[in-house]
Design a protein around this ligand. Structure first.
Ligand code: DX5
Ligand code: ZN
Length: 236
């Protein structure tokens, strides 16, 4: 996985048909998804429960792009090896999930994955100032984690701060929660380059009508098109 700042659309399979993950993953990739975002929830760190390492390992067989695994679990460290074995390309842990995010990020990289850190809406950008060199991705939550389809919480200022803090380091800024053609442009203009979208990609479609997924992905891309080029021209 090479780093580049072109904007990636990462559909969250939290909004897919839970009885049909393999076909859903293949459908979104065929319809233009750049990455596949996998939301792991433990009914402890967040008030919802999804799936764990064996299911994620089964998803891997269907993912041809990048498997971006977002852990909403606590503790994180005892599960890192299991997600490496499951085939995660990127493993993201929440800074709020435990007292030792530095150790967690080191362990994720040592296990051979790209390391991500996620920030809840109430957590300031500065909380990760001293671990940025251990990160390949910073995930800015624009909802309180736990559910798809929630109302967007504007974090554009946080994205601006992170972009300044990151400078020219090869670190992706990902947005997660309530991303759609209306909310995406200002975030991309502020420097975000990975857009997670659950409901906005899956709404109205199904495996049988997957061209609707393609239409929904294109709607997000069209909305950010000029923002992406303006961000790139001012940040070569
Ligand atoms: C929320 C998850 C998100 C979620 C986004 O806890 O981390 O990835 O699926 O869903 P939408 O795009 O519907 O807000
Ligand atoms: Zn997520």
């Amino acid at each position: 996985m090479n780093f580049d700042r072109t904007v990636k659309i990462a559909p969250s399979i939290l909004s897919a048909d839970f009885a049909n993950f393999g076909a859903e993953i293949e459908a979104i990739e065929a319809q233009g998804a750049d990455w596949v975002h996998v939301d792991v929830m433990d009914n402890h760190f967040v008030p919802n429960l999804t799936f764990g390492p064996p299911a994620v390992k089964a998803f891997r067989k269907h993912v041809k792009t990048v498997m971006d695994v977002h852990l909403m679990i606590s503790p994180v460290d005892p599960s890192i090896e299991a997600y490496a074995d499951a085939g995660a390309d990127i493993l993201t842990a929440h800074v709020e999930a435990g007292p030792h995010i530095h150790r967690t990020l080191q362990a994720i990289r040592s296990a051979g994955m790209k390391a991500g850190v996620a920030l809840n809406p109430g957590t300031p950008a500065e909380s990760i100032a001293h671990v940025l060199d251990l990160c390949d991705l910073v995930c800015v939550m624009t909802v309180n984690p736990g559910f798809g389809g929630q109302e967007f919480i504007d974090m554009t200022d946080k994205v601006h701060s992170l972009r300044r803090m990151i400078g020219d380091r090869p670190i992706n800024i990902e947005i997660d929660g309530g991303v759609d053609p209306n909310t995406a442009p200002s975030l991309v203009a502020a420097g975000a380059n990975v857009l997670v979208a659950g409901s906005a990609v899956f709404k109205g479609g199904s495996v049988a009508t997957s061209q609707i997924y393609g239409h929904n992905i294109t709607a997000i891309r069209d909305a950010i098109d000029d923002k992406e080029s303006s961000f790139r021209s001012s940040n070569p």
